[in-house]
Design a protein around this ligand. Structure first.
Ligand code: CUA
Length: 315
């Protein structure tokens, strides 16, 4: 499907509603522009200098009823449009019924998604038609923007924030997925596909996916959901020690000691981050003691051990 045809097609009721609102507002504005311009041109010609049009029956300069009437009518008209547009906006933010939640992670420069059963994909998002989908989106580095023109949805994904976006696609097909926020040199290549499938085709597709439920994969998810990636990610704003290849390597501490980043060191750094601060960094990391279970701690460690290969596989 070409970019143009997917831009024009509307794959959800909301997309059609958005189009109706857009074209109504455009038509109304167009009508007013033509009306005003027409009157200006008409009067300019009729009452031009030296024209012999009668000026005897001009209305008085201010007619109270007329002024009040047209001011109120205009206010009412625009309040109506405002109400219409905001009702649609709020409707779009509230998922109908029990939604199917899919986690999306944006990073330079790809869209990674994960279905409830742990099935994962990159730059593709398969969803069932006629079912409320709730995307829970996080960024691993900079601001990206999740944009699907055919669904008329666009949502910025800000690091350190979980963004929710819901939609119900009702027309099976393949639609363009774009990043609509300049996010670095390969921003324009951060594209993908949203594949809307009939419910049974989606179930069939799911059954052919391999769910990655390894400990390291769980750890990677935690790394994002706990907010670790907000500071330890590639281009995070907060300066924190990078964690690629950290496992097993020597780490210089602020007090001059050099320690090996083994299991115990990494575990301590998560639970008591103020104890062994890495040289050159401020002790600003909050403790995760009590916030991360033992099982989750193991998953995080498994992820940190695998991190270099993981990154190489993705990029
Ligand atoms: Cu991601 Cu532009």
């Amino acid at each position: 499907m070409s970019g143009l045809s997917s831009f024009i097609s509307a794959a959800s009721e909301r997309a059609r509603q958005t189009d109706l609102l857009f074209f109504s507002a455009t038509a109304l504005s167009g009508f007013i522009v033509l009306l005003v311009a027409g009157l200006i041109i008409g009067f300019s010609i009729r009452y031009r200098k030296n024209s012999n049009a009668s000026r005897a029956e001009l209305p008085p300069p201010l007619l109270r009823e007329f002024e009040t009437g047209w001011t109120l009518a205009t206010v009412l008209l625009f309040v109506t449009i405002f109400g219409w547009a905001s009702a649609q906006g709020f409707g779009a933010m509230t998922p109908a019924g029990e939604p199917l939640q899919i986690n999306v992670v944006a990073k330079q420069w790809m869209w990674k998604s994960e279905h409830p059963g742990g099935e994962r994909e990159i730059n593709e998002l398969h969803v069932p038609a006629d079912r409320a989908i709730l995307l829970s989106m996080n960024s691993q580095d900079v601001i990206h923007s999740f944009f699907v023109p055919a669904l008329r949805i666009k949502q910025d994904v800000v690091p350190g924030h979980t963004e929710a976006l819901s939609f119900i696609a009702d027309k099976p097909g393949t639609y363009a997925l774009l990043c609509a926020e300049y996010c670095g040199t390969q921003h324009s290549k951060m594209t993908g596909k949203v594949i809307v499938m009939e419910e049974e085709d989606y179930a069939d597709w799911l059954s052919h996916q391999e769910a990655d439920n390894s400990l390291a994969a769980q750890g990677e998810r935690l790394f994002t959901t706990l907010g670790c990636s907000g500071c330890h990610g590639h281009s995070a704003n907060v300066r924190a020690p990078p964690l690629e290849n950290v496992y097993g390597s020597p780490v210089a501490l602020a007090d001059g000691r050099i320690v090996e980043a083994d299991d115990a060191y990494l575990r301590d750094s998560i639970l008591q981050p103020k104890r062994d601060v890495v040289a050159g960094f401020k002790p600003i990391m909050p403790s995760f003691a009590g916030r991360v279970s033992e099982a989750n701690l193991l998953a995080l460690l498994a992820y940190l051990k695998k991190k270099p290969q993981q990154e190489a596989r993705d990029d």
